[in-house]
Design a protein around this ligand. Sequence first.
Ligand code: SF4
Length: 330
Amino acid sequence: MKPTTTRMVMNLSDTLRRDDQQKIITKQMEEKEKLNVLRGGNTGVALGDGNYAGECPRKAYMRWKGLFLSAEDNRGIMFEGGLANETILIEKLTRQLPAGFKILTQSECGTSWEINGIKVTGSPDIVIADKDNVPHVGIECKQICSLWTGVDVLLKNKVSLKHLAQSAHYMLELGLPEYKLIYVSYVDYQLPYMKALDAYVPAKDAALSEHFEYGTNGKAKKMLPFRKVYELGFNDTGFLQYREEGSKSFWTTTVIHRQGIYDFFAHVTTLDSNLGPRPLTLTAEGEFATYNICDYCKEIKPVCDKYETVPSRWLSEVAKLDTVTDLNKI
Ligand code: SF4
């Protein structure tokens, strides 16, 4: 006679939602340990003329003060995709490492320095080191999550100022002369019929056409999954530059000066007395972008619009937002 077993019944959706909630609590506990610390993930750049770009100084300020902007459900899923991307790359690199080299864990390669008595910590995504833990290669990993970012990265060689600033911060702190920034897209992106795209999508058999699928009419139908690696370094005058890895093309020089990274965080430590200007929305080369970063900051923009002249009121109003957790109260 077969033993009787009780069949497990699971509501998968509820189970995953429960895990989402638990992860939020775990994340809040991790964040609480870093209270009163400025974070490498909020790296921006001071432009030297009183303006800032790449990251909003106020976002770095609120995180320093323990106000944590929770990711909504769907953004949380995207964030998990980013972590999965990192895990996949670490596994691939681990299999390919030359003898005597290893990938440092985040606790072994975390960066830390101080500005005006405030600690600034960072967690580089991947650092390859020798047996003595001396870093040789640093890598920042980003997942492509929209068709338009994919077009920028793959076809226009346009890299996010924020991603570059964060990579430059870790490169400086790890003492590396160069750094890598890798973008990975895991999605088949259906191309919409848009004139704006025609100018960039390659014709069948042209350079880069291997990244597209074409219909019988010869028109591109899909952008296929891809990886693209950029190499980064500072030029002789201290400005960050980047180019596609292995390419012989000219470097693209950015507005990120090595001192601008440190000045950005110095500025953030002064926001208690003055919230300062809103960030400029710039391309890596310093041109104005076609959108405004504040228009994509839907939770905090109403507070900035009303209270930006009184930092203490701004902070207390941000703390009241439904999407913000005040880690000081946990
Ligand atoms: S609305 Fe603009 S200035 Fe205010 S926090 Fe958001 S990005 Fe920063």
